[in-house]
Design a protein around this ligand. Structure first.
Ligand code: COS
Length: 382
């Protein structure tokens, strides 16, 4: 949720304000589809509903369509709005965008026509397969290979921590093609889930459950038109996609944090204590005031990164890194403070702040851990 006060500033346009007005309802409605005991079925249902509602148009834009290009502020409004209600709804939305971003930004018209309509409609689930057992933060070290195989390619290797792994219909996979050492020798491919040579080696169970898996590629043969962009451009493609989506991870964290703050305020208002309410205590007011100020600061960094990117900056690596770093770290602390105000209830399963406490943790790790964001920022400063 991005506050009405922030939305009213010229950092946003009227289409963002209109979007924000409908996202809260979509987030609330998505709750009926969430079953934490069956995240696979929940995610399929959520993706389908998000497609029907038109929200996925923002995650998977269409040249000449209602949403013609990736719009970081729009994505951020949706992620914060969905995240306020449900981490799983936010996840389902975001992964459609992350999993198709390489094609949106670098695909040929033929590739876009083949792979994007299903992702946009919510009938095909998308995934982004970059991380490996020995290459998460250090992308240039990845060891999955794609070697020339006639006119096409042969893919071999292991990808892990892949969101939507196991339920995705299509994966964007990054592999070493060897044009040069390190970052300049990687390429991106679009791979259908049903292809021979691709298996789901393991499903991974995490503290805030969502579909996650390890994938194995063994002599997996791809046609020539599976290559996205040019051979050797994979690192740039991955970073360009992350330049868009990192800010929106911050926005999801902002949604979680705003929800925790609202839960904390309600608790402070209603919890009887020492002859008054919890909120009468100055320490409670300090906790709430500090959280509100920090969340607003994070929201402004998100709005800045989005504004700059949406107005055509070719690289927003520094702004996106700052937004993700500060919003995810802030949300973690804000949620922790809310748990503290709830006392024993705060760590009780089924209580919203307990769920948020688990949901927010991974956001400081995926799409570039906080430590990576600091490296990126320091390098950008020169
Ligand atoms: N957009 C376009 N190009 C970019 C870019 C960006 N955001 N960032 C870097 N590049 C280019 C650089 O300009 C450089 O090109 P040249 O060789 O032509 O100069 C090339 O890519 C290599 O860049 P760099 O030297 O910075 O590469 P490093 O291997 O040192 O990158 C970091 C290090 C840590 C910044 C990078 O690996 C990273 O972001 N890691 C985190 C990845 C991540 O998010 N993992 C989670 C998986 S997704 S859940």
């Amino acid at each position: 949720m991005i506050s009405a006060e922030l939305l009213s500033l010229p950092l946003f346009d009227d289409r963002h304000r209109a979007l924000a007005a409908m996202v809260d309802g979509a987030g609330r409605a998505s709750l009926s589809l969430v079953d934490h005991h069956d995240v696979d079925a929940s995610c399929r249902a959520l993706v389908s509903r998000l497609g029907q509602s038109g929200l996925l148009d923002w995650a998977v834009p269409e040249d000449g369509g209602a949403v013609p290009k990736l719009d970081v502020r729009g994505l951020s409004i949706i992620r914060a709005g969905l995240g306020y209600h449900s981490g799983l709804a936010d996840f389902a939305f975001a992964m459609q965008g992350l999993g198709s971003g390489a094609l949106t930004l670098f695909g040929t018209p033929e590739q876009k026509a083949r792979w994007l309509p299903g992702a946009r409609a919510g009938t095909a689930i998308a995934a982004f397969a970059l991380s490996e057992p020995d290459a998460g933060s250090d992308v240039a070290a990845l060891s999955t290979t794609a070697s020339r195989d006639g006119a096409g390619w042969r893919l071999d290797g292991t990808k892990t921590w892949i969101s939507n792994g196991g339920i995705a219909d299509q994966y964007v996979v990054f592999a070493r093609t060897g044009e040069a050492p390190g970052a300049r020798g990687l390429s991106a491919f679009i791979v259908p889930a049903t292809i021979e040579g691709l298996t789901i080696a393991e499903r991974i169970d995490v503290i805030a459950p969502h579909p996650l898996a390890t994938l194995k590629f063994e002599a997996c043969r791809l046609p020539a038109d599976a290559l996205i962009g040019q051979a050797g451009e994979g690192f740039k493609i991955a970073m360009s996609v992350l330049d868009v989506f990192r800010t929106t991870v911050g926005a999801a964290a902002l949604g979680f944090g705003m929800r925790a703050l609202d839960e904390a305020r309600e608790r402070a208002r209603t919890r009887k204590m020492f002859g008054g309410t919890l909120g009468d205590l100055q320490l409670t007011q300090a906790s709430i005031g500090q959280s509100a100020a920090e969340l607003d600061a994070a929201a402004l960094l998100i709005a800045r990164a989005g504004y700059v990117k949406d107005h055509g900056a070719p690289r927003v690596t520094k702004e996106a890194a700052m937004a993700k770093l500060m919003a995810t770290e802030t949300a973690q602390v804000v949620i922790d403070r809310a748990v503290q105000l709830f006392g024993g209830l705060g760590v009780t399963r089924g209580v919203k702040v307990e769920e948020l406490y688990r949901e927010v943790r991974a956001l400081r790790i995926y799409e570039g851990a906080s430590e990576v964001q600091k490296i990126v920022i320091a390098r950008a400063l020169g």
